[in-house]
Design a protein around this ligand. Structure first.
Ligand code: MN
Length: 132
C-alpha cells in the first residue's frame, strides 16, 4: 500500500488556497511538492479569492476563515450561491473554528474542515480523495 507522501504524478487539478498567512501558504506549497501535477493558486484577500475562484474554476478551494478584508464565511456564501463556483468542494482550514461556525458552514455545504497547523498526511489524503 502506498503512503500518502509517495509522489503521485497522475493526480492532477487546480487548488485555490485563500489564506492571508504566508507561512501557511508556504507550508501547503511545500506539501504539494508531493503532488507535482497539481497547480496551486493562492489569494491573500477574500475578494481576490472570489475573483480567482471565478477565473480559474479550481477543482478544490481551501479557505481560511480569518482574512484581512472579508471573513471566510463571507467568501463561502457567494461561492456557494454563484452557479459557476457552487459545485467546487470547499475545505475550511482554520485553527479555531467554533463548534457553531463549524456547524453553520457544514450545513451551508462545506465539504470538510482541516485544523491548523495542517498535518501533511491528513492534507494529502484529503486532497487525494477530493481530486480522485
Ligand atoms: Mn488568516
Amino acid at each position: 500500500m502506498s503512503e500518502p507522501t509517495d509522489p503521485v504524478a497522475g493526480r492532477t487539478g487546480t487548488i485555490l488556497y485563500i489564506e492571508d498567512n504566508l507561512a501557511n501558504l508556504q507550508l501547503v506549497r511545500g506539501i504539494l511538492a508531493y503532488r507535482p501535477s497539481i497547480t496551486l493558486v493562492s489569494a491573500m484577500h477574500g475578494n481576490l479569492g472570489l475573483d480567482q475562484a471565478r477565473r480559474h474554476a479550481p477543482d478544490l478551494i481551501l479557505l481560511d476563515l480569518h482574512l484581512p478584508d472579508i471573513s471566510g464565511e463571507e467568501v463561502f456564501k457567494p461561492l456557494k450561491q454563484d452557479p459557476t463556483t457552487s459545485a467546487i468542494p470547499v475545505v475550511i482550514v482554520s485553527a479555531d473554528a467554533s463548534r457553531e461556525t463549524h456547524e453553520r458552514l457544514e450545513a451551508a455545504g462545506a465539504s470538510l474542515f482541516m485544523t491548523k497547523p495542517v498535518n501533511v498526511r491528513q492534507f494529502l489524503e484529503t486532497i487525494d480523495a477530493i481530486l480522485e
